[in-house]
Ligand binder design. Structure first.
Ligand code: ACO
Length: 275
């Protein structure tokens, strides 16, 4: 495990875990933590082939959002310092949103502002039913910014995103599923085991197939149908090349021998694991 100042990174085989570790401040993101997030992402990217990145928090918070004092109040009268701290935050957000590994937010507790954005930018969100989500910016006189409104608008319905952004009311992890902010909610006592199972199952899939599934999804929501068909075909040929035709060579050859049922399970890779 690598410990940066307030962020821990553990890479175990195909699965990396980023843990925000500033529980005394509800894992609120200080400028140092923004630097730590860049360091963690640098290390994950340097270790080629990581398939899953789990992001979570220590203690009773996932992430209390930006550190309101260290990122906003203190540097506000020094425009360059203020902007630098904002740029540091949005730049790791951008990197994590477009990382090729599958990202899973394990929302263990408080989840506000930039923490709401962090959860919402992940591909999969598994929340503790008891967790608390909030767009609290209106409560101190601004709006969700730096990408957080985008996350609300692209995950929640219009009436829900506007309601929670305008009122600053919170909602639970259980409610987050119906609101579009979480994939699944489980009792907090089952959170680790649930996320572990999902991460292990993803780690058995082909690394290029996972990355291109994410890319094809992102383009499918942007493109019209004919353009999406072209994109999806082109990506299939790209995936075949990058994976050395593993889907034909192993996936469909094993199906031909009726070695597995693709509707219910994955093929075995060269190493003998399921893919
Ligand atoms: N920025 C700076 N300090 C924070 C933050 C934050 N975002 N969140 C929590 N803290 C600090 C608290 O001020 C407190 O510090 P102290 O011990 O020096 O007094 C410590 O963390 C513990 O927090 P408490 O408020 O004592 O914990 P409690 O369980 O009562 O409440 C809660 C938790 C609801 C999360 C509360 O701390 C809170 O409202 N935090 C702010 C959440 C927020 O609005 N985030 C900003 C989003 S906007 C953005 O990210 C752009």
């Amino acid at each position: 495990m690598t410990s940066f100042t307030h962020v821990d990174l553990d890479i175990d085989g195909d699965i990396a875990t980023i843990r925000l570790n500033r529980p005394e401040k509800k894992n609120a993101l200080s400028p140092e933590m923004h630097r730590n997030m860049h360091q963690a992402i640098d290390e994950i990217e340097a270790r080629k082939g990581v398939k899953v990145v789990v992001v979570t928090g220590t203690g009773d918070a996932f992430c209390g959002g930006m550190d309101l004092e260290l990122c906003f109040l203190e540097p506000f009268n020094e425009p360059e310092r203020f902007d630098a701290s904002n740029q540091l935050a949005v730049s790791w957000s951008r990197r994590l949103k477009f990382i090729s590994a599958v990202t899973i937010a394990k929302v263990n507790g408080w989840c506000f502002g930039h923490g709401f954005q962090l959860a919402g930018m992940c591909d999969i969100v598994i929340a503790a039913e008891e967790a608390t989500f909030g767009l609290s910016e209106i409560n101190f006189g601004i709006f969700p910014g730096g990408g957080t409104m985008w996350i609300a608008a692209h995950n929640m319905g219009r009436k829900q995103a506007l309601y929670y952004a305008l009122t600053g009311e919170t909602f639970t992890g259980k409610e987050a599923v119906a609101l579009g902010m979480a994939t699944r909610a489980v009792p907090r006592s089952e959170l680790d085991e649930t996320v572990d199972k999902i991460a292990q199952s993803l780690a058995k899939k082909n690394v290029h197939a996972l990355a291109s599934t994410k890319q094809v999804y992102e383009s499918a929501v942007e493109l019209d149908f004919p353009k999406s068909i072209d994109m999806e075909l082109a990506k299939l040929y790209e995936l075949s090349y990058l994976s050395e035709n593993e889907w034909i060579r192993l996936g469909l050859e094993q199906f031909k021998r009726r070695a597995y049922r693709p509707g219910l399970e994955s093929y075995k890779t060269d190493a003998g694991k399921e893919s």
